[in-house]
Design a protein around this ligand. Structure first.
Ligand code: GLA
Length: 736
């Protein structure tokens, strides 16, 4: 990951761009297999002509004759316009119109990517908007964003500032989107687009994926299919408030807009200032939803995720095992256990800090990141040494953007919290939690220093779990001036990005997990600085199948924290055998979140075997191509997906029974993504049956596996006393 290539709000504009004089001209912007075509005639509106599979120059030139109504590529408000627009502003004289026309096109290169920039100029006011498209030759995702510059004598107010717009020809278009709640994140919703406006948005300020997600897919050929059908994927890469709008009106197209949510965020742009929107990532595939996912995963690993090329360690996190009950003996015991099971990393979660206000529960201590030596007499160094003794790495939990009113930081600096000037702040978690104002550079320094101090003192820290358990719930910045209070949401994100950028510049190697009360920060806006995310605080294996299914639409398994936890599960109280819990966790970035002392010797032995086997398949899971096969949302009694190595010489197939009805006929799953010509040997992993599967060790052609599939027995063959209603399989396919 090149930290410098990430587009920051207000990033300095590349000045070496050469503007080409153009007359009537179609601009074709290609990725590996897709094309976007614009009509960019100097002095005229920039128009969108095409987005889809890659087309020839000849087809591109004749596009207009084959198209219906043509829409502006970046609709502006005020003069004959769509009802919904991408950009709107109030000029310094109060005028509310824009009339942007093409001024020039230029291209530049940035770290292996090509950036095409169309410069738009208002016909009356000195306002310049650059619309950018970033592509890579071997990716199928393109990023688009705009840069809005005010050259008027006084500030203008931006009232709408989308990252991008796409008209989608109507027909039988369906929308797939992710929604949820705490403990039930990323639930899939599929619906046909009908007349009216569909809005998906976040107004939380911090945990922007807790309820709804800023990524969607459009299936152009009717009801979404996993492996067939033309599908567009869109992911707004932003960690703050966003708004996706899909307007279906009397025209022949659905009008899709995505960008920062402008509600309560009107932005004053001073003379000479430039506002840079976050990128909107777009992709198109004729291989259905899974095709879109594969493109996002590859681009994500290569360009939008920290260390996307590095295998993730198998870890034990202390949270569900001990919660706030942190002590030296307990930590050492957990480290010994995870090391014995073959794990590679131990992460000490919440509860280790606070001197005057010890963090014994969630109502005190945030802000005071000093180790509590009553709990940990040897300090962090003692734990780092203990990890080393066990041959594993050490990681630590922090929640640096937050503070409790019961903390020394708050006592010293009450001015650092987010709250309106004339009101008392309302509290969040623990009835004392508050949020620090990241728009304030002094606060940015404090947050940077939390990480800097830890990493300077204990350079062996290998992993940081960076949590965030509150949103902007008291609107008000004690730092921003009165006339810029509406900059708070955007300023917060900008401050956070600056801080993360500084941290990454100094500590490029440390692994950082984005956690926000579980899956509250699962987005490509934040991921460039993070290696992974905590998918959900809900670790129930059955519910995880549904949540991880949704997450996999846009995010690769390498980034998806997926832990084996206790039974009964702490969130759902469901009792699930260790085999099933492990088989689900093994489909993401495998970890554990359990008190090993509560596991039986047999469970530990089984887990040890599973971890060893996971290490074998880790490259396929973490770097392979996903093919989702049978959706749990179809309620057919089972769910199944697979990962295939890019060389198609290895694959991992997962099958989970999702309900137990006697004599229900479950579908036989046909595999996908294999090489039809290759022969694959099938080997079951994490096996518990008393007898091997009938096809164990046998080989089959890719063609047969994809056309017929293997009959998966409904239940496990076990000794009577061990039988349960749970059943799952992990099959490893290797080329013969
Ligand atoms: C949040 C996280 C959990 C855990 C707790 C600690 O809820 O999502 O995983 O770290 O905070 O307080």
């Amino acid at each position: 990951m090149n930290w410098k290539s990430i587009t920051l709000l207000f990033a300095t504009i590349v000045s070496s761009i050469t503007v080409t004089e153009i007359s009537a001209k179609n601009v074709k912007i290609d990725t590996q297999n897709t094309s976007l075509v614009l009509e960019a005639e100097k002095g005229k509106k920039l128009r969108h002509l095409y987005y889809g599979g890659k087309i020839s120059e000849n087809d591109a030139a004749a596009l207009r004759s084959a198209s219906g109504k043509i829409y502006s590529a970046y609709p502006d408000y005020g003069m004959i316009t769509l009802p919904e627009t991408a950009i709107a502003m109030i000029h310094s004289d109060g005028d509310m119109t824009l009339d942007l026309v093409v001024d020039g096109i230029s291209s530049t290169h940035d770290n292996g990517a090509d950036i095409t920039t169309v410069t738009l100029k208002d016909t009356h006011y000195p306002v310049v908007v650059k619309v950018n498209y970033k592509t890579w030759k071997d990716e199928n995702v393109m990023e688009t964003w705009s840069e809005i510059t005010n050259n008027e004598k006084s500030p203008v107010t931006l009232t709408r500032f989308a990252s991008g717009y796409l008209p989608i020809r109507s027909g039988n278009v369906w929308l797939s989107s992710l929604h949820g709640a705490w403990g039930n994140e990323t639930r899939l919703t599929e619906e046909p687009l009908t007349r009216g406006m569909k809005v998906i948005k976040s107004h939380e300020g911090v945990r922007n994926s807790r309820f709804d997600h800023s990524e969607v897919m459009f299936s152009l050929d009717g009801k979404p299919q996993e492996n067939t059908g033309r599908t567009i994927g869109a992911a707004l890469c932003y960690g703050g408030n966003y708004k996706l709008r899909i307007d279906t009106d009397e025209t022949d197209s659905h009008h899709f807009f995505a960008g920062i949510n402008e509600e309560d965020s009107h932005y004053k742009l001073g003379k000479g200032e430039t506002f840079v929107t976050p990128p909107l990532a777009l992709t198109w595939s004729d291989e259905g939803l899974s095709g879109v996912s594969r493109s996002f995963h590859k681009w994500g690993r290569n360009h939008r995720l920290a260390h996307g090329d590095t295998p993730r360690k198998v870890l034990l996190n202390s949270w569900e095992g001990v919660y706030f009950d942190i002590n030296e003996k307990g930590m050492a015991n957990m480290m010994k256990n995870i090391a014995a099971m073959g794990g590679e990393l131990f992460v000490m979660d919440d509860g280790w800090f606070g001197v005057k206000y010890p963090r014994n529960n969630d109502s005190a201590g945030l802000g005071d990141w000093t180790v509590d030596t009553r709990k940990l007499p040897g300090g962090i160094q003692g734990l780092v040494d203990e990890a080393k003794k066990n041959g594993i790495k050490f990681g630590i939990w922090i929640e640096p953007e937050m503070v409790n009113s019961k903390s020394e930081l708050f006592e010293k600096h009450p001015e650092y919290i987010i709250k309106p000037a004339n009101r008392k702040a309302k509290f969040g978690r623990g009835k004392t939690q508050l949020i620090l104002d990241m728009s304030n550079p002094e606060v940015q320094d404090i947050v940077f220093n939390i990480v800097d101090t830890l990493m300077t003192k204990y350079p062996e820290i290998d992993y940081i779990k960076w949590d965030a358990n509150m949103d902007i719930e008291n609107h008000g910045s004690q730092y921003l001036p009165a006339d810029k209070q509406s900059h708070l949401y955007i300023g917060y994100q900008k401050g956070l990005q600056n801080t993360l950028q500084r941290i990454r510049a100094k500590y490029p190697d440390v692994t950082i997990q984005a956690c926000a009360s579980g899956g509250g920060r699962v987005n490509y806006g934040i991921l460039p600085w993070f290696d992974e995310f905590w998918t959900s605080d809900n670790t129930d294996a059955l519910q995880r199948i549904y949540m991880q299914w949704g997450t996999s639409y846009f995010f690769p398994a390498i980034a998806m924290g997926s832990h084996i936890s206790a039974s009964p599960n702490h969130q759902t109280h469901r009792i699930i055998p260790i085999k099933y819990r492990t088989d689900v966790a093994m489909s993401g970035r495998l970890g554990m979140e359990i008190q090993p002392d509560d596991m039986t010797a047999e469970e530990k032995e089984q887990t040890k075997r599973a971890i060893a086997e996971y290490k074998q398949i880790r490259p396929v899971v973490q770097f392979g191509d996903i093919y989702r096969l049978l959706s749990p949302y179809d309620e057919k009694g089972a769910a199944s997906l697979m990962y295939v190595a890019p060389e198609k010489d290895k694959a991992v197939f997962y099958w989970w029974k999702t309900r137990a009805f006697r004599n229900e006929i479950l579908p036989r799953i046909t595999m996908k993504g294999l090489d039809p010509e290759k022969e694959y040997v099938v080997h079951e992993l994490n096996r518990i049956d008393t007898k091997p599967l009938s096809f164990e060790g046998k080989s089959f052609s890719g063609k047969f596996l994809m056309e017929n599939g293997l009959e998966i027995p409904v239940n496990h063959k076990l000794a009577k006393k061990n039988e349960t209603d749970w059943s799952s399989r992990v099959l490893y396919l290797t080329e013969k």
